[in-house]
Write a protein that binds this ligand. Structure first.
Ligand SMILES: [Zn+2]
Length: 278
């Protein structure tokens, strides 16, 4: 049976990060700061909902000593309003519950992407990641923590890891594509929409390209591990080639304008979002 495509896409904003633009664009001299959204993507596939990326671990922001240890590097992590768990609240707002998520994928293990994977331990939910990312993130302290990967978020023997060595299909219509540079095992995602919803699709870059400018002008991202800044452009070019082949737009991971714009556009394309029962 031919696999069918994704039937609905919902973008989640799981918080924000207030940071110097140099984190996103290597060598930028404007002195500007940006308030970048923290992304999550929900995809309705055959077999249930797929969640890509999980946002912050709120405990590390709400507890004073943990906040001092994990969040004192010049990037201000901002949680959505309210006392709730940001991922749970975002799912609720989309009409879903944690139990509706049947497959999780992580672009990489930075704290603004992996902080919610703790919700998916012990239930057998597969969590897709690149093996290179896992190996780096589990390497000796303090290297990963210095680079924004916090073991407390992901070092759990009950996580049902599915570790890939390169490109992999993670659900019908959803392919992970290796896009290393920002982190050693970063992955992006190609999403094919089902013909029943008009076909087409998206390439979700995540942190292989934070901003539209990284893609349009092929500018190196400002944060990278074990490579030269210009090496991050190879992944940007790879995503551009994949997108061009298919005629899909590339969605940058943290763009303060493009992310909310696409979020609203998709919410009007699928106006039932937020109203269907889990
Ligand atoms: Zn990152």
């Amino acid at each position: 049976m031919a696999s069918s495509g994704v039937r609905r896409v919902i973008l989640l904003t799981l918080g924000w990060a207030d940071l110097p633009i140099t984190v996103s664009i290597h060598g930028d001299t404007s002195g500007e700061r940006l308030r970048e959204p923290v992304p999550g993507v929900l995809l309705q596939c055959d077999g249930g909902w797929v969640l890509i990326d999980t946002g912050f671990n709120p405990a590390l922001l709400r507890d004073g000593p943990l906040r001092r240890r994990f969040h004192s590097d010049g990037t201000e992590a901002i949680l959505p309003e309210g006392p709730g768990d940001p991922l749970e609240s975002a799912l609720e707002a989309a009409g879903l519950a944690l139990a509706d998520v049947k497959v999780v994928a992580l672009s990489h293990l930075h704290y603004d992407h992996a902080g919610g994977v703790r919700h998916f331990t012990g239930f057998g939910v597969p969590v897709h990641l690149q093996r290179a990312e896992y190996s780096y993130a589990m390497s000796a302290h303090p290297e990963p923590e210095r680079h924004g990967m916090f073991r407390i978020d992901y070092d759990d023997p009950e996580i049902n890891w599915r570790l890939a060595d390169g490109d992999a299909e993670i659900a019908p219509g959803v392919h992970a594509v290796a896009s290393p540079g920002h982190t050693p095992g970063h992955q992006s995602f190609v999403v094919d929409l089902d013909p029943s919803v008009g076909g087409g699709g998206f390439v979700f870059a995540f942190d292989a390209a934070d901003l539209v400018a990284n893609i349009e002008h092929e500018l190196s991202v400002g944060s990278f591990i074990n490579c030269r800044p210009e090496d991050t452009v190879a992944s940007i070019r790879r995503l551009k080639a994949l997108a061009a082949e298919r005629g899909y737009p590339i969605v940058p991971g943290h763009d303060p304008v493009a992310w909310p714009a696409l979020s609203s556009q998709l919410a009007s394309r699928w106006p039932a979002a937020g109203r269907y029962a889990p």
